[in-house]
Design a protein around this ligand. Structure first.
Ligand code: ASP
Ligand code: MG
Length: 471
């Protein structure tokens, strides 16, 4: 039987109506084996971290813990009949976890908020919400089992942003999940905590903020590896119907991207489309496991985003923007044909922990431009000016700019580029720099900051037919 790993984010776990919706989805997917990866309730992770960061005043701590408790109790009072076995079980669970939380906060006050503690503290959100979902299903006579991810997803030691160790995780999935999923006699839903894992020695780690998407794809990856059934799919239930070609803040009426391949999706996810956790594609790409982004409120909606090995070249997939960027340019006649100049420049950036996004250098080698986040620009320029290789032969220029990324195989065609440049020209928008690496389906264009919205609008209007139609 096919396996579907579904992720329910905080926006799917808000009240009685949303929990009922999960029952509806369960019914719709009754013919597949299901794993439900669950995020914390909305706002809880932030609140947990805020609590751990404000331990000066005991009144603040009490207030925050009371708020965390209230947010959970409000929901369980809606979804469980009071005075029932399930209600009490869940209430006890919450009480237990909150008292563990309190003990940990006392430790943090004593020892400081080490990275490990940060992960331990933020894990409570998922540990509580997932157990609640599991018990909710049970109370509706649906067979389910709660499995905490820190028994299964084994990661490296990078707290707050851990990376899965796939081989070790595969063995755990084989041991704990496969027997349930491959049991022909019983149909049991696995309720699995998103966001968290553990390192080899057993400390809880987290996969980075918004990491529950990633938990879902890591599981799909491992199930594929160790299970018999290779027919696996991931569904991320969201409060939107999928990925949009353009953020509605730039163009209110934008089309939904129906199909995109893993590479296109990574470009879109990396450039600020908060809908998808950028890292999560890496886990499923190798095995070509499809991922769907669907609207939680409308699970039967025909239009949704599917990321798979299939795409269509007919369309520009999307436009994204970096609003606050700085372009730094190094100019010097003496850079020509001298090996190692770029290495030196980028090493400086790396030493200062500055990430470089776009890079442009024409083959005359007289100047090199690159983009850093605007907030890093001062540090970057200082680092270059203080460097041993900086001399009077170099000139450094910089400007705060915006970057537009146009994504899709379609941008490999000359015609598309011609139309984009024509469109910008019509509005007198000067292209300050461009970059597209070899065979790359992302064309980046640097323009003045204050022309960003005009630029996106005119590209969208002029190249209207190249985008997927609005449904
Ligand atoms: N609860 C975690 C966060 O807020 C993970 C997630 O929601 O995916 O970052
Ligand atoms: Mg969240």
């Amino acid at each position: 039987m096919p396996i579907v790993v579904m992720k329910f984010g905080g926006s799917c776990l808000t009240d009685k109506i949303s929990f009922k919706q999960i029952l509806k989805i369960t019914e719709l997917y009754k013919n597949v084996k299901k794993v439900y990866v669950t995020s914390a309730f909305s706002g809880i992770t932030d609140l947990l971290l805020k609590t751990a960061q404000n331990l000066e005043d005991i009144k603040d701590i009490d207030k925050n813990i009371a708020l965390i408790e209230k947010k959970h109790i409000d929901i369980i009072e809606q979804i469980f009949k009071e005075e029932t076995e399930y209600y009490f079980k869940v209430k006890d669970w919450i009480d237990d976890k909150l008292s563990e939380l309190e003990d940990t906060l006392a430790d943090i006050k004593e020892f400081g908020l080490e990275p490990y503690y940060k992960d331990y503290i933020s894990s409570f959100g998922e540990i509580i919400s997932t157990y609640i979902l599991d018990q909710y299903l049970a109370s509706n006579k649906i067979d389910s089992v709660y499995i905490p991810a820190n028994k299964v997803i084994i990661t490296n030691d990078e707290f707050n942003n851990a990376y899965p160790l796939y081989d070790l995780t595969n063995s755990r999935v084989e041991k704990y999940l496969i027997p349930i999923l491959e049991n022909p006699k019983k149909d049991i839903i696995i309720c699995f905590t998103g966001f968290i894992g553990r390192n080899k020695i057993g400390y809880i780690t987290t996969l980075g903020r918004g990491g529950s998407d990633y938990s879902a794809t890591i599981l799909a990856h491992s199930l594929y590896n160790v299970g018999i059934d290779k027919n696996i799919k991931v569904i991320l239930w969201k409060d939107v119907g999928g990925l949009l070609a353009i953020n509605p803040k730039y163009v209110p009426q934008s089309s939904l991207i129906k199909n995109l391949d893993y590479t296109e999706a990574k470009h879109i996810a990396n450039f600020g489309a908060k809908i998808l956790h950028p890292k999560c594609l890496e886990a499923i790409e190798k095995y070509k496991i499809p991922l769907e982004i669907r609207n939680f409120d409308n699970p039967l909606e025909k239009n949704f985003t599917e990321i798979s090995e299939h795409t269509d070249v007919k369309h520009i997939k999307g436009i994204s923007a970096v609003e606050l960027a700085t372009i730094i340019t190094i100019i010097s006649g003496s850079m020509v044909d001298v090996p190692g100049i770029l290495a030196k420049i980028f090493k400086k950036m790396s030493k200062n922990n500055i990430s470089v996004s776009l890079v442009a250098q024409s083959s005359s080698e007289i100047s090199t431009s690159f983009i850093v986040k605007a907030e890093d620009s001062k540090k970057a320029i200082q680092a270059l000016k203080n460097s041993e290789f900086y001399s009077e032969f170099f000139e450094i220029k910089w400007e705060d700019v915006a970057v537009i990324n146009i994504i899709g195989l379609k941008v490999l065609e000359n015609q598309t580029k011609a139309k984009i440049f024509n469109a910008l020209d019509k509005k007198n928008i000067k292209v300050k720099s461009i970059s597209q690496s070899y065979d790359e389906l992302n064309l980046s264009i640097v323009i003045a900051k204050d022309r960003l919205i005009d630029a996106i609008k005119i590209i969208h209007d002029d190249l209207y037919e190249e985008f997927e139609p609005i449904n």
